[in-house]
Design a protein around this ligand. Structure first.
Ligand code: PGA
Length: 237
């Protein structure tokens, strides 16, 4: 299976940020790692990113989509629109969307299926809160999120992102990552790529990416700077 290193820029990036893509392109050209590389910028930069990444291994994606193809949904963007703009992947059910927009599993599933319908690959995010982990409920919580959020058929990627590890510098132990990824693998086919996300950086990527059933990473903060993002890709030995 070809592994995937995905960058999630979140609500960061103006046109000048595309300089980082120019830099990433030259770093990648020099290193030639056999992994898929994805960048999910804010939707305003998507089409420009597609142009900037043309002819490179960098694929482009989005951070969310609406479940419907079109309609009276002010401010929303459909999967079909993102696909037309050049997105090949869409992150759905990120914990920030689950928290900020009260997105429940049933909606996440509908968004994942919308992405598939539009010919894109959904990256479905799951993960427990600190409180849930401390109370020994992490596996139950993630299992329930999988049951509710995964599409009934078709291809998808799953990202395990413990909420308490996102943007905090905290990461689970390698044993905890292995345990959770083993649980997720038990609910998904062998060909489904399982990403780990939460404070991945160049210094910890090498160890995390070697854990069983970790088939790549979903990277937030460290994807904003070409040197850091490339350092994570380069950890793939
Ligand atoms: P982080 O974010 O790498 O900044 O912790 C990961 C994510 O939210 O996808």
């Amino acid at each position: 299976m070809r592994h995937l290193i995905a960058g999630n820029w979140k609500m960061n990036g103006l046109r000048s940020s595309l300089n980082e893509i120019t830099k990433l392109k030259s770093l990648l050209a020099a290193s030639q790692r056999a992994v898929d590389v994805l960048v999910c910028p804010p939707v305003t930069l998507l089409e420009r990113l597609v142009v900037a990444a043309k002819g490179t291994v960098v694929k482009c994606g989005a951070q969310d989509c609406h479940a419907s193809a079109s309609g009276a949904h002010t401010g929303d963007v459909s999967a079909e629109m993102l696909s037309e703009a050049g997105a090949e992947f869409v992150i759905v059910g990120h914990s920030e969307r689950r928290a900020d927009h009260a997105e429940a599993d049933v909606l996440v599933k509908a968004k994942a299926e919308a992405a598939q319908r539009a010919g894109m690959m959904p990256i479905i995010c799951v993960g427990e809160t600190q409180n849930e982990r401390e109370n020994g409920r992490a596996i139950d919580v993630v299992t329930n999120q999988l049951l509710g959020s995964l599409p009934n058929s078709g291809e998808f990627v799953v990202a395990y992102e413990p909420v308490w590890a996102i943007g905090t510098g905290l990461v689970p132990t390698l044993a905890d990552i292995e345990e959770m990824h083993g649980v997720i693998r038990g609910k998904t086919a062998p060909a489904v790529r399982l990403l780990y996300g939460g404070s991945v950086k160049p210094s910890n990527a090498g160890d995390i990416l070697q854990v069983a059933n970790v088939n790549g990473a979903l990277v937030g903060g460290a994807s904003l700077k070409a040197d850091d993002f490339h350092g994570i890709i380069d950890a793939y030995k």
